[in-house]
Write a protein of this length. Structure first.
Length: 116
């Protein structure tokens, strides 16, 4: 857990604009995956980190091949219904980015009164 918290703090400190999504999924025999997805405000994937395993010594690995893809391209290459825990975790991270984006796009009460 400490490694996750340290990496998450590092990600949010380095990428201060855009969106961060986190997803987790348990695999077979309790082997699971955690995915951290960083997307820029113009919806380009800046970073994808995956941590798969059962051990406390498991570390995040950076998936460089997806960096620079648009979120739509990245989403098109995914299968959220796959049994693979990595695919499930990535799908949940994408879903979380979508939720954050929709909340940011929806006018809040403060924005409505600020315009008046």
């Amino acid at each position: 857990m400490r490694h996750y918290a340290d990496v998450f703090k590092g990600i949010t400190g380095r990428f201060q604009d855009g969106y961060v999504g986190a997803g987790h999924a348990r695999g077979r025999l309790r082997k699971g995956t955690i995915a951290l997805l960083v997307v820029s405000p113009d919806l380009v994937v800046q970073r994808l980190l995956l941590m798969t395993g059962r051990s406390v010594f498991t570390k995040f690995r950076r998936e460089r091949e997806v960096e620079g893809m648009t979120l739509a391209e990245f989403r098109a290459g995914r299968n959220p219904d796959a049994a693979d825990s990595e695919e499930k975790a990535i799908a949940l991270a994408i879903e979380q980015v979508d939720k954050i984006r929709s909340k940011a796009a929806a006018p809040g009460i403060n924005q409505e009164f600020a315009a008046a």
